[in-house]
Design a binder for this molecule. Structure first.
Ligand code: PBG
Length: 325
């Protein structure tokens, strides 16, 4: 059917018509809201490079989770800033660790909120790497037991889902095995399966205080140039028992989200990371872009590419826009 018989503009003549034929619809249920939890009480420490996002103590983290819940956001993902960092990331798997406290507090007040926890050592190690360093190198197999122990301590504290983001080989299997042995066979694993060594994590590292003190993460996170390898990583994690597959970052990696969506029948997540948030906020603050529309367009694009779930610092703001209609 060609012009003039067919005119695509006919279905664009009013907002109502456009809504009727819209292919992708965002909803607050698509979002997962990240929280950075610190020790103390009534602490709210704004992250300079992420306007609107703050490190919060457990009491305020509960309020943040409550607010998200009221906006129909089903889940939060927790990142912890420990009191003390050391070579083995001890606080990561301590029952009294900051994340374990936050999980218990949120669960107590808001049992309906799905609590996801980031499983990775970088916030807890003195060198800021995601694993245990042996002879100057992030040692894969030594790290696995630590990650599994960390995931287990989150499950024991009441987490609903664990999300390994370290990029060690074999960590999904190591976590699954230990959770199953300890009776947590029903706790799903959201795997950061295709996680690239991205410059867009910069602001997060300020928020999580997790900048590596030597070298970089390129020996474990993926080369941004690789899409076939991303699919290989994803298949491995599916075989190891992942329940949800994640691609990270989101916006510069929409092609990979699409490929994973087409090949894998598990739910697919995407992490709209800190740098993606910061770019929009910075441009909007300058008056150089309409921040609200940019936010909605980017989130719609991530969903259109194939993501079922989106971890995003915009979760609350976008949900407010969606509620307005
Ligand atoms: C931990 C982790 C990182 C992010 C999520 N989990 C940082 C990193 O790998 O350096 C980044 C999230 C963001 O930028 O918003 N490994």
């Amino acid at each position: 059917m060609y012009f003039p018989l067919y005119r695509p503009r006919r279905l664009r003549t009013s907002e109502t018509l456009r809504k009727m034929v819209r292919e992708t619809r965002l909803s607050p249920e698509d979002f997962i809201y990240p929280l950075f939890v610190v020790h103390g009480r009534k602490v709210r420490h704004e992250i300079e490079s992420m306007p609107g996002i703050a490190q919060v103590s457990v009491d305020l983290a509960v309020r943040e989770a409550e607010e998200a819940c009221k906006l129909s956001i089903p889940a939060v993902i927790l990142f912890g800033i420990p009191k003390k960092k050391d070579l083995k990331g001890t606080e990561a798997y301590s029952a009294q660790g900051i994340i374990q406290q936050a999980i218990r507090a949120i669960k107590r007040e808001l049992p309906q909120v799905v609590i996801i926890t980031d499983v990775c050592l970088c916030e807890y190690t003195s060198h800021g790497h995601c694993g245990i360093v042996v002879d100057g190198e992030v040692h894969n197999d030594t790290t696995l037991a630590f990650l599994a122990r960390m995931a287990l301590s989150h499950a024991e504290a009441g987490a609903d889902m664990v999300a390994p983001s370290d990029m060690m080989d074999g960590r999904v299997k190591a976590i699954r095995d230990l959770l199953d042995r300890k009776g947590f066979e029903n706790i799903p694993i959201l795997s950061y399966a295709a996680k690239h060594a991205s410059v867009f994590y910069g602001p997060f590292r300020e928020a999580a205080e997790s900048t590596p003190q030597f070298g970089d993460r390129k020996s474990y996170q993926m080369d941004p140039a690789n899409a076939r390898e991303a699919l290989r990583e994803v298949r491995l994690d599916v075989q190891e028992g992942a329940d949800i597959i994640m691609v990270k970052p989101a916006l510069p990696y929409l092609d990979i989200i699409r490929k994973v969506r087409e090949e894998i029948d598990l739910p697919v997540g995407a992490y709209n990371v800190s740098g993606e948030y910061t770019m929009i906020k910075a441009a909007a603050q300058q008056g150089w872009i309409d921040g609200e529309r940019a936010m909605m367009e980017v989130l719609t694009a991530i969903k259109r590419a194939g993501a079922d779930l989106i971890i995003t610092y915009f979760a609350k703001e976008a949900s407010r826009v969606l509620k307005k209609g």
